[in-house]
Design a protein around this ligand. Structure first.
Ligand code: CIR
Length: 262
């Protein structure tokens, strides 16, 4: 499986201060923008080519592009986000990815957020959360099953998305917050981290490097001990809107023969 070469990101609108949040609290917008810029710079430093979409004031949560697309095998599934206020975010994401990938779309009434989709090798683990349902899982299976991917359902309780509590920092590995999900559901090597560092379970892995939310020393130590280069990034303001690190990018490799940006 080739490592991703590109990252799609999206700027924060001023309306980000009204983004969906399970526990609303005041967001420092300039700080949020600075943290997002540092995150994008870290992706670029990891060798990814960045494509940045303009913010959309009508969609306060548009920075969380991960929820709008799932990419694998040269194909992008444009999702139908679980929260109605987010459905209008998909158009520019679809247009951007269509320049590089084959694009298919999830049909109504299915609901799927990319934050519920964890891919480890050729297996997709799909969270069944308040945002993603069985029809969304079936749509993902229809999109990627023919490409040789299999799909497993994971019940999610106590978290917005499956990837709020886990991610894949390396091939064949799941980094998992203890007590969040039964580790036995993963046909993978599981690296547990303490529940009090659950927010650090969501890392962005590129090559041998892992972007980790700052302030989680035990997780950083674990990842370093397993040979990864750790880069801590500040995420306090995006976290106020329930954002983790993977949610702010869609990583992909352009399909051979597709047009790429000049
Ligand atoms: C939402 O509630 O949809 C946003 N405020 C947060 C989305 C975070 N996305 C993600 O973890 N993939």
């Amino acid at each position: 499986m080739s490592r991703p070469t590109h990252a799609l990101v999206r700027d924060l609108p001023d309306s980000f201060v009204e983004a969906l949040a399970e526990t609303p609290c005041a967001i420092d917008l300039p700080r949020a923008r600075a943290q997002h810029a540092a995150y994008v710079a870290a992706l670029a430093a990891a060798g990814l080519e960045i494509e940045a979409l303009a913010a959309d004031e009508a969609h306060p949560d548009c920075v969380f592009v991960e929820d709008t697309a799932v990419v694998a095998g040269g194909r992008a599934l444009i999702t139908r986000p679980g929260h109605p206020s987010r459905r209008g975010e998909v158009g520019p994401v679809k247009a951007a990815l269509a320049a590089h990938l084959e694009v298919v779309e999830l049909a109504a009434p299915a609901r799927l957020d990319g934050g519920d989709v964890l891919r480890v090798g050729r297996t997709f683990y799909v969270g069944q959360s308040g945002r993603s349902d069985a029809a969304g899982l079936a749509g993902l299976e229809a999109a990627f099953g023919p490409l040789g991917y299999r799909v497993r359902s994971v019940a999610v309780a106590g978290a917005l998305h499956l990837k709020c509590v886990c991610s894949s920092p390396a091939g064949g590995v799941v980094l998992l917050a203890e007590g969040a999900v039964d580790p036995a559901v993963f046909d993978a090597e599981v690296w547990p981290i303490p529940a009090e560092e659950a927010h650090a379970a969501n890392v962005v892995a590129v090559g041998g490097r892992a972007l980790v939310a700052a302030g989680h020393p035990r997780t950083c130590a674990l990842l370093r001990a397993r040979g990864l280069e750790v880069l801590e990034v500040e995420n306090s303001e995006l976290r106020k809107a329930d954002g983790s690190l993977t949610c702010c990018s869609v990583l992909y490799t352009p399909r051979p023969g597709r047009a790429v940006t000049p």
